[in-house]
Design a protein around this ligand. Structure first.
Ligand code: PXP
Length: 253
């Protein structure tokens, strides 16, 4: 599969969980623009956020602030609901990633049902394109869905890697190794279809610092959108500094 070994993939950092920390207490911190500036300083290529219908983490004001002052291209994940599409059209992010959304889910479970919602998706893509917004569809690693996404006019598919990544983390107990193999095969087949039809290939969900390597080594994914693992790692690598700052605040008030 190693056909484009020169490919340097982009990293979109999903900062939803920085907002989750803020929303837990309703504090003015952590500041999302400060987070975006650090993401940029570290060399990432894009800020990714999901404005959920229940507003559990990212708020409308965050979307506007990040669009205006985020300093990086913005990838806005949004559900197919008319109210969300309206916001996305108004905000005009660089990319919209259409995702399925269920209120009770902990995180985005599964890919968009492109077949069932094909008419609505086609219309949404056309509306976004008219405004110069590029569109990706967050889909299961399924070759037929990749082809259909191209047919509907999507610029890219973001392949949902959640099941593969969960399996690498032994989420499925003794079935994990088998599921990991199956899911990897599904990913390969979706990627092959993507290259055949000529659609940009993005990937996201569940990546950690270990499991992302095998997918990156395929040299075909142009963009990775990663959030949870980065925010978790940041909590650990930043903890020492944060404790020092608090000790300084109480020792030298
Ligand atoms: N891409 C999409 C479309 C998502 O919905 C999410 C989760 O919000 C991510 C990427 C990032 O997933 P994770 O937080 O597991 O890295």
């Amino acid at each position: 599969m190693n056909t484009t070994p020169w490919l340097i993939p982009r990293l979109g950092v999903n900062i939803d969980h920085i907002a989750t920390l803020r929303q837990l207490r309703g504090t003015p911190y952590p500041d999302l623009l400060e987070a975006a500036a650090l993401v940029k300083k570290a060399g990432a290529h894009q800020i990714t956020i999901h404005l959920r219908e229940d507003r559990r983490h990212i708020q409308d004001a965050d979307v506007i602030a990040l669009r205006k002052k985020g300093g990086l291209p913005l990838n806005l994940e949004c559900a197919l609901a008319p109210s969300m599409l309206k916001i996305a059209l108004k905000v005009k992010p660089d990319w919209v990633c259409l995702v399925p959304e269920r209120r009770q889910e902990v995180t985005t479970e599964g890919g968009l049902d492109v077949k069932k919602y094909r008419a609505r998706i086609k219309k949404a893509i056309a509306d976004f394109k008219k405004k110069g917004i590029r569109v990706s569809l967050f889909i299961e690693p399924d070759a037929a869905v990749v082809r259909l996404s191209k047919e509907l006019g999507a610029d890219a598919v973001e392949i949902h890697t959640g099941k593969y990544c969960n399996a690498t983390q032994k989420f499925y107990g003794k079935n994990s190794a088998k599921i990991e193999k199956e899911e990897f095969r599904r990913l390969e087949s979706a990627i092959r279809a993507g290259r055949e039809v000529g659609i940009h290939l993005h990937a996201g969900h569940g990546f950690d610092f270990r499991n992302v390597r095998k997918i990156a080594a395929l040299d075909v994914i142009e963009e990775f959108n990663i959030g949870h693992a980065i925010v978790c790692r940041a909590a650990l690598v930043g903890l020492e500094q944060a404790v020092r700052e608090m000790i300084s605040a109480i020792h030298a008030p």
